[in-house]
Design a protein around this ligand. Structure first.
Ligand SMILES: Nc1nc2c(ncn2[C@@H]2O[C@H](COP(=O)(O)OP(=O)(O)O)[C@@H](O)[C@H]2O)c(=O)[nH]1
Ligand SMILES: [Mg+2]
Length: 201
């Protein structure tokens, strides 16, 4: 230590806490993503898919899925000692969209998870964040057996603005998910800086 002060003598830092939303279609891996990185036991509210829900929950492509998140996923990850993210997985089904407005209150940014086999399932989330100017990144969750498309093709199919980051990920893998979350924070910072400079000039 240059000034002879030990690390232990320092007052504990009060971390900055940021709120990040995890959105995307049904069965795309939102609950998995939050569970892969959360330091606290992720809070989930899931219900068993029942016959009654079958006409509403489109199961094609997600045959092995037996529970669905009806409220939300909630988790926490410390990126640095002074930077903590709170993750809110938003329900993918259309009948739960009414919750999004409340969840997006105060959010720094979002991850929109996408599965290239059912890309259209994330259109609603993309529209939602674009309309509210909430910065988001697209996370392509690479399921086995799903064809890999060049990023530019996916970008075109989603009609994304040029500055929206598109990242490949594995929702089950902690490091992979962390990289996406860092991507959201960086993208949100860049967007905020752009907005500030366009206001002052
Ligand atoms: N192979 C593979 N399976 C995944 C991946 N992410 C999620 N899953 C599985 O896909 C299913 C749906 O994931 P879930 O997180 O519940 O989706 P949610 O509806 O978006 O919350 C579960 O059975 C997961 O185990 C992934 O990256 N690869
Ligand atoms: Mg879920």
């Amino acid at each position: 230590m240059i000034f002879g002060r030990s690390e232990r003598g320092k007052p504990p830092v009060e971390p900055v806490t940021l709120k990040i939303l995890v959105a995307g279609g049904f069965g795309v891996g939102k609950t998995t993503l939050v569970g892969a990185v959360s330091e606290i036991r992720p809070l989930r509210t899931e219900e068993r898919l029942t016959e009654a829900g079958r006409p509403v929950d489109d199961l094609s492509g997600v045959e092995s899925k037996h529970t669905t998140t009806v409220a939300m996923d909630f988790g926490r990850i410390t990126l640095r000692e002074d930077l903590v993210l709170y993750l809110f997985g938003t329900p993918g089904q259309e009948r739960f969209w009414f919750m999004w407005d409340e969840l997006s209150e105060g959010a720094l940014g979002a991850v929109v998870l996408a599965d290239t086999r059912r890309l259209e399932d994330c259109f609603a989330a993309v529209d939602y964040f674009e309309r509210r100017a909430i910065p988001f990144v697209i996370g392509i969750n690479n399921f086995e057996g799903a064809a890999r498309y060049p990023a530019d093709d996916v970008r075109r199919a989603l009609d994304l603005d040029g500055d929206v980051p598109l990242m490949m990920c594995d929702a089950r893998d902690r490091e992979s998910v962390k990289a996406v979350l860092v991507g959201v924070v960086q993208h949100a910072m860049t967007s905020a800086a752009h907005q500030r400079s366009s206001v002052t000039t």
